[in-house]
Ligand binder design. Sequence first.
Ligand code: CO
Length: 139
Amino acid sequence: MIKAIDHIGIAVRDLDASMQLYSSIFGVTTFHREEVPEQGVAIASFELNGVRLELTAPLHEDTPIGKFLASRGEGIHHVAFRSDAIGADLERLHNEGMRLIHETPQRGAHDMQIAFLHPKSTGSVLMELCAPAADASHT
Ligand code: CO
């Protein structure tokens, strides 16, 4: 089942500039930084009362986030929802006729298993399901 908002993904061109901006707004002093080559991204994230904001920059232009920036520019990219059984949720959504970008969970940042739903099936909101990798093996 889908239980909570886990994080909000924000597409940015320049991670360092963006970290400065978010530091100014929120007074954040510590970011978690990570590169996820499988997703073609570098992220810097911080948490506000249990909801993570994930600043996401492309590792190179020919990546989904690079293409998003080229066509839409910087801004909100996706909303990620925490699932306690990501495999079962994907199967349920698939059976309901939803288009999925990932039919099976992929490795994401923060040692999470992630999968994106296709925005054509979600009213143009890019949605991600995620679950801690340790939990995903139970699904
Ligand atoms: Co995400």
